[in-house]
Ligand binder design. Structure first.
Ligand SMILES: [Zn+2]
Length: 191
C-alpha cells in the first residue's frame, strides 16, 4: 500500500516502466516504441526484473522494492491502551538502538524502562516487521459503535516522511504478532 514499486531504488526516479516478457503483439511493439513498456525478450526466467528505470536503466522486481522499503525504517513509536486499564508506549530508535518503554494504569504513569538493544536485534527487528507486514497495514482500523476500549497507533519513523497507522477496537490480522515482536525487543509487556 505504501510501497512504491515504481520508484527507482537506485536513483529515486519515478520515470519507470514495466518490463514485459514473451513474444510481443503489434500493440505491445507500439507501446514499447512509445516508451510505455520495455520488452524483456521472449524467454521468461525465474528472477526476471519487472520494472525498468528510464533515467538510470536500473531494473528491479517487487520483492526488492519491498526489502528496500523496510530498510528505510529508522524507528518505531507504538502505543496501545485504553481510557481504563493499562496503556503502553514503546519507542525504538534503530540508529542509537535505544529503546524506551512507559506503562500507565488508569492514566497514571507507573513504570518506565530503558535499554540498548544489540545490532543483531536491531537487524532482525526489521525482518520481523516485514513478516508482520507492517507497511501493508491500512492507515486506519475502526470498529463502529464502541465508545471506550482499546486504541493503538504505530508511527513508522523513516527517511523522509513518517507514517502513522492507528485503530480503535479494531486491529490488523498481524496485530498479535506485532505486539509480541515489540514485547520481545523491549523485554516488557506491550498489549
Ligand atoms: Zn533509476
Amino acid at each position: 500500500m505504501v510501497i512504491n514499486y515504481k520508484k527507482c531504488p537506485k536513483c529515486s526516479s519515478k520515470n519507470a516502466i514495466p518490463i514485459v516478457y514473451g513474444l510481443p503483439s503489434p500493440e505491445l511493439f507500439e507501446k514499447a516504441e512509445a516508451g510505455k513498456v520495455k520488452l524483456g525478450g521472449c524467454c521468461v526466467g525465474e528472477n526476471d526484473p519487472e520494472i525498468y528505470c528510464k533515467d538510470c536503466e536500473y531494473e528491479w522486481d517487487k520483492e526488492q522494492a519491498v526489502d528496500i522499503a523496510y530498510q528505510k525504517i529508522k524507528g518505531i513509536k507504538a502505543f496501545v491502551g485504553g481510557y481504563f486499564g493499562a496503556s503502553y508506549l514503546v519507542e525504538i530508535d534503530l540508529a542509537s538502538r535505544k529503546v524506551n518503554w512507559i506503562h500507565w494504569e488508569e492514566g497514571k504513569q507507573i513504570a518506565t524502562y530503558q535499554k540498548t538493544i544489540t545490532i543483531k536485534t536491531a537487524e532482525s527487528f526489521i525482518d520481523q516487521l516485514k513478516s508482520a507486514k507492517l507497511l501493508e497495514w491500512k492507515f486506519k482500523y475502526e470498529a463502529p459503535n464502541v465508545c471506550d476500549g482499546t486504541g493503538w497507533s504505530v508511527e513508522i519513523i523513516r527517511e523522509g516522511r513518517n507514517l502513522v497507522k492507528s485503530g480503535s477496537n479494531a486491529f490488523p490480522n498481524e496485530w498479535d504478532a506485532f505486539c509480541s515482536i515489540i514485547g520481545k525487543v523491549v523485554n516488557r509487556k506491550f498489549k
